[in-house]
Design a protein around this ligand. Structure first.
Ligand SMILES: Cc1cc2nc3c(=O)[nH]c(=O)nc-3n(C[C@H](O)[C@H](O)[C@H](O)COP(=O)(O)OP(=O)(O)OC[C@H]3O[C@@H](n4cnc5c(N)ncnc54)[C@H](O)[C@@H]3O)c2cc1C
Length: 569
């Protein structure tokens, strides 16, 4: 498609939040959905276990709120949890009406199959094709949106900067990757420009999380925290053209809370493929290297304890000496396994076809083998601070989904709440954009496209990004302390300054701006984690192992001045 130079609404990201918002926005205006790769490449697409939804009426909704609040370890913003649980059934019903197929008891007319995951008080998780829930939600939403005349898609196109004027966000700069231009040439159409500007009445950041900030992650390559960096960088004199006159970037909140999924595949040479919590929901055990079930030493809820508890228990069991005090030098040398061999009441291959097929590539069979697993970065509870309508601290800029922080997850997300979050808060953000009804302001057209980085610079960027990711895993992972976090900041500053030198040549590339986004996200995680001198939810400090409600039953807010403050909401 030829990209418009103005549009009513620009949506950055085509995961569940962006697509759901686009459908809502298209009822009242022209929408452009921009996505870095193809439509299917998002965290949403890879979601396995399911979508949590309370379909049994008010009591069920109240229980869903309570479970969400309990998992969030004292920090869930209750009105956000109430919006999520109470609006969830309507949003899921719409999705089903639009063509999403969730698994049912016996064929198309049967009752929905519902499973249970960690910290849920009852089975309320719908799934699709066993363990391909995200792919089905993504397909259904994309199919529904694609036929809508007012929604246009720009695939393989990246938002590289936000543009400001009149004290608000008024547009964005887009960079199209070669695959988009090649596809258009092949279709006999004029290729889009590599570098392009578009004006919009308002912009929704639905660009997902930042799992790639860690070397060990379940997230795909697109999850580099671009949306968070774009919002936070507003006002920085990046290239002299973006956001002139805008003094402050958007506020971020709760950035220290990164959820580490307990059970990513831990086989040398294999990706950190997620082995879904739903396996534990169906009865799988965790065993240490001695074959012992160990969760009873950590939590009465055993394998279905909240994710942070299970992830830290596994991390401890992996240490050479699990009983050593926190902070002692204690390398991770032991393997932990997921064990489904005793589960006989379900057809494991039929229930988990995607996971089974993936494991088979490594000679593993859930029915027969112990599966080596370990924690990996999975979901960012923090993000761009928004109200319940997705409004950020900058007019014209909205955020929803994993890129946003409404406070709905507190310090620890309840399993399978994030797909629902994308639906509920994607729709809410769209409604706020419609009701705020900001006017369109023209933006100047883009100058000539900057030159691509040289091969040498490209290699340097990869090395710098890999070093940053390894440093974050080592210094801001599951078990943190002040000296490690400070070392993380030193490494991040070195990475930022080396990348700035490359950027100063005027050269650009997707990987360069992604690496800069990773640095921005890393810095936000590190400074927020340093400021929170307690342990809560997914944030565990070896040097402050207790929860300190008096000082810290509050959200961290990172302002554009780089300072962290704590606020109760
Ligand atoms: C392996 C895995 C399993 C999961 N399982 C579950 C589960 O069972 N249940 C559950 O509730 N949650 C699950 N999650 C979490 C859930 O999938 C995500 O939190 C949720 O899908 C995020 O949706 P989103 O719309 O906010 O972002 P995403 O789905 O991540 O979409 C982000 C979009 O932004 C685009 N983008 C990024 N940067 C730019 C840029 N600069 N310019 C243009 N586009 C950009 C990307 O290309 C992508 O289209 C899982 C996550 C993973 C990784």
């Amino acid at each position: 498609m030829a990209k418009p130079s103005k549009v009513d609404f620009l949506v950055v990201g085509a995961g569940v939040a962006g697509l759901r918002a686009a459908v809502e926005l298209a009822r009242h205006g022209e929408v452009l959905v921009v996505t870095k790769e193809s439509l299917g490449e998002s965290n949403t697409h890879y979601a396995q276990g399911g979508i949590a939804v309370a379909m049994e009426g008010d009591e069920d909704i109240a229980l869903h709120v309570d479970d969400t609040v309990n998992a969030g370890d004292g920090l869930v913003y209750r009105p956000a949890a109430e919006a999520l649980a109470s609006e969830g059934p309507l949003r899921v019903a719409e999705l089903i009406e639009w063509g999403a197929n969730f698994d049912r008891e016996s064929g198309a007319a049967g009752q929905f199959l519902r499973t249970r995951e960690g910290a849920h008080s009852r089975p309320r998780i719908l799934h699709a094709s066993g363990d391909a829930t995200g792919a089905e939600i993504s397909r259904a939403l994309a199919d529904y949106a694609r036929v809508h005349k007012r929604i246009r898609f720009a695939e393989w196109t990246r938002v590289s900067a936000l543009l400001c004027g009149d004290g608000r966000v008024i547009g964005a700069e887009l960079a199209s990757a070669e695959p988009a231009r090649t596809a258009l040439r092949a279709a006999g159409r004029r290729p889009v420009r590599a570098h392009h500007r578009v004006a919009a009445r308002s912009i929704l950041i639905a660009a997902g999380g930042a799992g790639q900030v860690y070397s060990d992650t379940t997230n795909p390559a697109v999850a580099t925290g671009d949306g968070i960096a774009l919002a936070a960088q507003l006002g920085l004199p990046k290239d002299g053209t973006s956001c002139e006159g805008q003094r402050a970037g958007a506020e971020l909140a709760d950035m220290e809370f990164y959820q580490f999924h307990p059970t990513a595949l831990a086989v040398t040479g294999a990706p950190r493929f997620l082995v879904s919590e739903a396996l534990r929901g169906e009865g799988a055990y965790l065993r240490n290297g001695r074959g012992e079930r160990f969760m009873e030493r950590y939590d009465a809820r055993l394998e279905l304890a909240p994710r942070d508890v299970v992830a830290r228990a596994i991390a401890r069991e992996m240490l050479a000496d699990p009983s050593a005090p926190p902070g002692a030098a204690n390398p991770a040398t032991r393997t932990v396994y997921l064990d489904m061999r005793h589960v006989r009441d379900i057809d494991i291959l039929a229930r988990f076809p995607g996971i089974s097929a993936f494991l088979a590539q490594y000679g593993l069979d859930l029915r027969r083998d112990l599966i080596p697993v370990g924690p990996a970065a999975h979901y960012l509870m923090g993000g761009i601070r928004t109200d319940l309508g997705g409004r950020t601290s900058i007019a014209g800029l909205y955020a929803a989904g994993e890129a946003a922080c409404t406070g709905v997850h507190g310090a620890n997300r309840l399993a399978s709440n994030s797909l629902l979050e994308g639906l509920v808060f994607g729709a809410r953000a769209a409604q706020a954009m419609l009701s705020d009804s900001l006017p369109l302001v023209a933006v100047e057209s883009a100058g000539p496209a900057p030159k691509h980085v040289t091969a040498r610079e490209a290699k340097q960027i990869e090395t710098l990004a890999a070093a940053l990711r390894a440093s974050m895993w080592a210094h801001a992972g599951l078990l943190r302390d002040e000296s490690a976090l400070r070392q993380g900041l030193v490494d991040e500053a070195a990475c930022t300054s080396a990348l700035a030198k490359i950027a100063a040549t005027g050269h650009t590339s997707r990987r360069l701006s992604e690496a800069q986004s990773l640095c921005q996200a890393a810095r936000a995680i590190l400074v927020s984690a340093l400021a929170r001198t307690e342990s809560r939810g997914a944030h565990f400090r070896n040097d402050f192992p207790r929860r300190d409600d008096k000082r810290f039953r509050k959200h961290s807010v990172l302002g554009s001045d780089g300072r962290v403050r704590f606020e109760a909401w």
